[in-house]
Design a protein around this ligand. Structure first.
Ligand code: SF4
Length: 325
């Protein structure tokens, strides 16, 4: 049975749009379904252009020469639709951004894309431990929460040919978030500990007892070595990795828990490359999420991360890598 609860990470619970306007100026196609298009036409917004549906394509917001959406007001950073008719009249794409949603039989999980500067800044605010909490209305009011619907899927794979059970997967996810955000460690050290713990967990066989107990024992036995000196940005990068793990679609698209951990390794590598180029950790996280979340297919990333030791080459323009043939 599907749980109706919606959960998020504590670091995202206070999220509210601060009108940076980045999403409205990104040059993205903003589709409107028939109902949304009709509601916007009825507003008669002067000088704003909705491109009519053509050949099976839905209506789209026109864009200016600078790529900005026609409904965006550069002076006020406000959306003309939002201003005149409220948040609920926005097209679904805009109501959802920057939310990333997974539905499975455990309930609904809302994470965020940190390409949004507001979401990225939240990673650098506060030092409280990261917890999984009930999502507040401000995160869920984008309803219907559009995302990957895995409510009828089998539970995530432990490894090729072996399923987890949902309680065990949930425990692995929660313990992994705790481990990834261990204070005093670098992001790379915490990820290495998660790799080691997960490698031990995926070797589980039914003769070992309940999987959930193996997960508990393995995480309880994790002993961080002597940490190196963490950079000032490491806690934020750790929180970012936790956010890429929480409610990840890769759980249902990849072939086991190690695929998810390799995906986190790909995320961290992307961040390090971006940081090398721009020197600003917040911008490096934004650019990484732009490529990993908005420019990549998560199914394709999952397939790339399924293999234990893929030969890799860089994906143009990102820190992400793809397997060579
Ligand atoms: S429709 Fe409004 S919220 Fe959506 S991209 Fe355009 S200006 Fe931004």
């Amino acid at each position: 049975m599907t749980d109706a609860r919606v959960r998020c990470l504590s670091i995202h619970a206070a999220y509210e749009c601060r009108r940076t306007g980045v999403c409205c100026r990104s040059g993205w196609d903003i589709p409107f379904d028939a109902v949304e298009a009709s509601a916007v036409r009825a507003l008669r917004l002067h000088g704003r252009v909705l491109l009519e549906p053509q050949g099976g394509r839905p209506a789209f917001a026109a864009r200016g020469a600078d790529g900005a959406c026609t409904f965006f007001n550069g002076a006020t950073h406000a959306c003309a639709i939002h201003e005149k008719a409220g948040h609920e009249t926005l097209p679904l794409t805009c109501r959802m951004f920057p939310r990333l949603v997974l539905h499975d039989p455990r309930g609904t999980f809302v994470s965020l894309s940190h390409f949004c500067p507001t979401a990225a800044a939240m990673l650098f605010e506060g030092t409280a431990p990261v917890a999984i909490v009930d999502a507040p209305t401000r995160l869920t009011r984008a309803a219907p929460l559009d995302g990957l619907d895995a409510t009828d899927a089998w539970p995530p794979l432990l490894r090729d040919g072996v399923l987890t059970d949902l309680a065990s997967y949930a425990r692995w996810e929660a313990r992994s978030i705790d481990l990834l955000t261990t204070p005093g460690l670098t992001a790379r050290e915490s990820l290495a500990l998660l790799e080691d713990a997960t490698r031990a967990i995926v070797a589980w066989t039914p003769g070992d007892g309940a999987l959930i107990e193996t997960i508990e024992r393995t995480f309880a036995d994790v002993r961080p070595g002597s940490p190196s000196i963490a950079a000032a940005c490491d806690p934020a990068v750790q929180r970012w990795l936790a956010a890429r793990l929480f409610g990840t679609w890769i759980a249902y698209q990849g072939r086991g828990l190690e695929t998810i951990v390799r995906y986190l390794g790909m995320c961290l590598h992307a961040f390090e490359r971006e940081l090398e180029q721009c020197g600003d950790p917040l911008q490096a996280i934004r650019r990484s999420d732009y490529h990993l979340v908005h420019e990549s297919s998560s199914q394709r990333l999952a397939m790339m991360c399924d293999e234990p030791a893929p030969r890799l080459r860089r994906v143009a323009g990102s820190g992400a890598r793809e397997r060579t043939p």
